[in-house]
Write a protein that binds this ligand. Sequence first.
Ligand code: GTP
Ligand code: MG
Length: 136
Amino acid sequence: TQRTLVLLKPDAVRRGLIGEILSRIEKKAGWTISALELRELGRDVLEQHYAEHVGKPFYEPLVEFMASGPVVALVVEGERVIEGVRALAGPTDPIAAAPGSIRGDFGTIVRENLIHASDSEESALREIKIFFPGLA
Ligand code: GTP
Ligand code: MG
């Protein structure tokens, strides 16, 4: 069984979509939320989280956006949850994302695409350690 790190980004929180998005994740058979917290992210945490994007043209505006209000950080655990949450989210560009996916249903702007989900087992372990260092 796997764990993944999910962030409901500041746009999702501002727009009142926490319940809608958590509900989609929670309804998947056998998946469990094993940690959950509403918090504001500082630049230090964001630089660790988005280390692979430091220096790219979208990095600074991305960090600015991710620090613009609280996010909901959670760990989801269950069968193929890494691939599974990314499938629920849809591709990065919400206009390219199919209706029925979270980004496809609610997004229009690439940066403000509502949700982050770890993209591999390696990323999941790394990201969970950043957000929930106490998790066994
Ligand atoms: P995350 O789950 O948030 O990591 O999204 P992702 O894995 O689908 O995308 P990626 O890791 O490549 O990029 C991280 C985030 O940066 C994206 O979710 C977007 O919010 C933003 N981003 C990525 N590429 C672009 C881009 O070309 N332009 C802009 N403006 N933002 C981008
Ligand atoms: Mg990513």
